[in-house]
Design a binder for this molecule. Structure first.
Ligand code: 6PG
Length: 255
């Protein structure tokens, strides 16, 4: 497990953008494409803005890159609570991403369940899988950590935590805002990824980060403990405020 402590939010965003670039280059070099699932919430926004800046955007082969969402709020894409809305304003609107390379959750469908089923079918066809026995393998899945130790939209006590067959499910709101239905990757899909990167910043994340990395309560209480990529790399990019409760022996200082 790679835990990198960054000085502050800006340094965290820089390191995250660099790691994104590195994984994108490796993926295209080795497999001719880069398939990534973006995290929602507010922490990754700085990273997305950096990736859309010419200094980084010109280093990414967008024609070989495919952007999905690890979870989505079941609201219209024009709603500020939408993760797509956040990504569009932070990154997409500044990029000329070729069509078909950004694959959002269809929150215009009638129900969250319909959106989850549609997204699952989209993954099956994108990865050319005939059924659910083989898991789609993302090159990179970005995740955040909620104050309640949730990740993606896998909330404490949620039925979705027990899901072992589906890749994408609908799930009711958690206790934290926004209190809207969600569509989320499940743990089997997250853990099939080649690289999983948590981005965690702020003193309000110190306790959940300590819980996820040190105390490790049951999955039911702390969904983030369920993220253990079986044959992949797990990175925690955290800032000093979030890392303030972590024991020094656990940490690798920012290089
Ligand atoms: C969401 C996110 C969620 C987020 C965490 C952390 O849709 O809300 O995917 O899992 O990553 O809640 O959010 P912040 O980065 O805003 O603290």
């Amino acid at each position: 497990m790679n835990i990198l402590v960054c000085e502050d939010k800006n340094s965290l965003a820089l390191r995250a953008a660099e790691l994104f670039l590195k994984i994108a280059h490796e993926s295209v070099d080795e497999r001719k494409r880069f398939v990534v699932a973006l995290a929602g919430g507010s922490t990754p926004e700085k990273t997305y803005r950096l990736l859309a800046a010419p200094e980084y955007a010109t280093q990414i082969d967008w024609f070989s890159s495919y952007l999905f969402f690890g979870d989505e709020r079941f609201v219209p894409h024009c709603d500020p609570r939408s993760n797509y809305y956040m990504v569009a304003h932070a990154m997409l609107n500044s990029l000329s991403l070729p069509s078909g390379h950004m694959l959002p959750v269809r929150t215009d469908l009638p129900t969250p369940e319909a959106a989850a089923n549609h997204y699952e079918e989209l993954l099956l066809s994108f990865f050319a899988l005939s059924d659910r026995t083989i898991l789609p393998r993302f090159d990179l899945i970005l995740l955040g950590l909620g104050d309640d130790c949730h990740t993606a939209s896998l909330f404490p006590g949620a039925k979705a935590l027990r899901e072992r067959d589906r890749f994408v499910v609908a799930t009711p709101p958690g206790t934290l805002p926004p209190h809207v239905d969600r569509v989320t990757f499940t743990l089997p899909l997250i853990n099939a990824a080649r690289n999983v990167v948590f981005l965690v910043s702020g003193s309000n994340k110190a306790q959940p980060l300590y819980n996820a990395l040190v105390e490790r309560p049951p999955l039911w209480e702390c969904p983030a403990v369920g993220v253990r990529p079986g044959d992949g790399e797990l990175f925690w990019l955290v800032d000093k405020d979030a890392a303030s409760l972590l024991p020094p022996e656990l940490l690798k200082k920012e290089g």
